[in-house]
Design a protein around this ligand. Structure first.
Ligand SMILES: [Fe+2]
Length: 263
């Protein structure tokens, strides 16, 4: 058995175009890069806002082993009762007690146990959430024996996500940022052995405004009149990262961007 464990993380899947790209790319990409586990952020998969159990099933059928979310997790009302019934689907762990669902899970893959956690930043997104830093500490304290730990930190600001990378450096295998839909160029392994990137990007229409129809978004900026965002169409950018981890130590040895297009 190889000592290496590889996690492919797929950034925020936006609407139908994003789901189609995941269906077309993910299974073969997992094989191509030798991924032992695929984690997919699905929080924009239902028409750009939220998730449903049906869409979770689609993502899993396409190769997603764990689905993470973020600030839009409860955007589809039907998802509130559905979420607690679904396995390996996470909402941010720092939702206050009483929110449906869980923020972390342990999965088995390729002979290893993997702890996956989902956190959300508070700045400019959800100031009424609990502290994500302490939420991460509590999850780690509750799972002291698991070496491979993967964290999706969903948040708006680069500083809050960078701070989480440093907070967890040496204690988790990877911290990857999501939510802005714009990939950042700072992927690296931090000194303590934690793979880090501020934002992975998205799986969504390239010629929109972070996946939404650009004309509708522009109209709101130009007039300040509220309107309903709709998912853009056209070619889809598929952003992901591949993290390689020493399964004995839980330390990351590399993080690479894996970017594709789906026309
Ligand atoms: Fe988000």
């Amino acid at each position: 058995m190889t000592d290496e464990f590889r996690i492919l993380f797929v950034a925020d899947v936006v609407g139908h175009p994003g789901r189609d790209a995941v269906k077309a790319i993910l299974r073969s990409l997992k094989k191509e890069v030798g991924a032992d586990l695929a984690v997919v952020n699905g929080e924009n998969a239902a028409g750009g806002f939220g998730l449903t159990a049906k869409i979770v099933a689609e993502l899993k059928a396409a190769g997603a082993d764990v689905v993470t979310t973020g600030n839009h997790v409860f955007a589809q009302k039907e998802f509130l009762p559905e979420l607690p019934t679904l396995e390996r689907v996470l909402r941010p762990a720092n939702y206050p007690p009483g929110a449906p669902g869980v923020g972390s899970c342990v999965v088995e893959a390729a002979g290893s146990q993997v702890l996956v956690m989902n956190l959300m930043g508070r700045i400019f997104t959800a100031e009424n959430l609990d502290d994500p830093f302490r939420a991460a500490d509590a999850i780690l304290a509750a799972n002291p024996t698991i070496k491979i730990v993967f964290c999706d930190m969903h948040g708006e600001t680069t500083s809050e996500k960078t701070a989480m990378g440093w907070h967890l450096d040496g204690r988790v295998s990877a911290v990857v940022g999501t939510h802005t839909h714009i990939p950042t160029a700072d992927h690296r392994v931090l000194p303590g052995g934690t793979a880090y990137v501020t934002d992975v990007g998205m799986v969504g229409p390239r010629d929109g405004c972070i996946g939404m129809d650009k004309d509708v978004v522009l109209q709101r900026f130009l007039t300040a009149v509220p309107n309903r965002f709709v998912v853009a169409s056209g070619p889809v950018t598929f952003n992901s990262v591949l993290v390689t981890i020493n399964s004995s130590t839980g330390r990351a040895t590399s993080i690479h961007r894996v970017d594709r297009e789906h026309v």
